[in-house]
Design a protein around this ligand. Structure first.
Ligand SMILES: [Zn+2]
Length: 235
């Protein structure tokens, strides 16, 4: 989940070509959390509603996510993080709700703006490590996500990244957090990084998230109805 510098080296261009092959020619954006939906469905089928619900929660992301952002001067880290979140909420209202916290240990999402972001020796625009967890929280079985996002503050070794670039990279990495994979379509938010920053998800990107969430809601309702009918039978 590395946002490679498309213009950085020939190798980066090659790796984009490789991912095209891996995606088997599809230009649709991938949803990388399909397996969580599959699990939600499988547990629902077994009547394990709590577990099923916990898995759908990792897709629906209805909680308020606590964000800690650092690295830029003054309020800039929070400003850019808010903009990145705004990119998604504008396209898909309620895509992600956040509140800022003052300490990284209190956060679900830590966003670090730093001059250099290296992944396996490669200088990249940004990357994310996310986890989705099923566990007991506030006394009940639940599912949630956490992430650490790194964003490079430099466009090249000499030129600082613009506000738009920082917003683009933040929004791209948040796209992974929400469940999207990298997309091979140039010019889309989840696509390879081009010279011009992208500040809006494509129709397909929004649709992929929407479909995923609708499916999670359908599974959840299925579980609710199944429980209602089971209780009726008991009466
Ligand atoms: Zn990516």
């Amino acid at each position: 989940m590395v946002l490679r510098r498309f213009i950085f080296t020939t190798l980066a261009v090659l790796s984009t070509a490789l991912s095209l092959a891996r995606f088997q020619g599809s230009d649709r954006c991938l949803d990388v959390v399909n397996k969580y939906l599959d699990k939600a469905q499988a547990y629902a089928a077994e009547g394990q509603w709590d577990l099923s619900g916990a898995y759908t929660a990792t897709i629906l992301m209805e909680r308020t996510y606590r964000v800690y952002a650092e690295g830029l001067e003054g309020d800039q880290s929070r400003l850019i993080a808010s903009r990145g979140v705004g990119v998604w909420n504008e396209a898909l209202p309620g895509a992600i709700n956040i509140e800022f916290v003052d300490k990284p240990e209190l956060a679900d999402i830590v966003i670090k703006y730093q001059p250099k972001v290296l992944v396996e020796g490669e200088d990249v625009y940004g990357y994310i490590d996310w986890t989705r967890t099923i566990g007991v929280r506030d006394g009940r079985l639940d599912g949630w996500a956490q992430a650490t996002i790194s964003v490079s503050t430099m466009e090249t070794s000499r030129r600082k990244a613009t506000m738009d670039r920082l917003t683009h990279v933040t929004a791209h990495e948040l796209g992974h957090f929400l469940g999207l994979g990298d997309c091979d379509r140039k010019g889309s938010l989840m696509g390879p990084a081009l010279a011009r920053p992208v500040l809006k998800p494509s129709f397909e990107e929004v649709e992929t998230l929407q479909n995923m969430r609708e499916e999670a809601r359908r599974i959840r309702w299925q579980a609710v109805f199944a429980q209602i009918s089971r209780n009726r039978r008991k009466v």
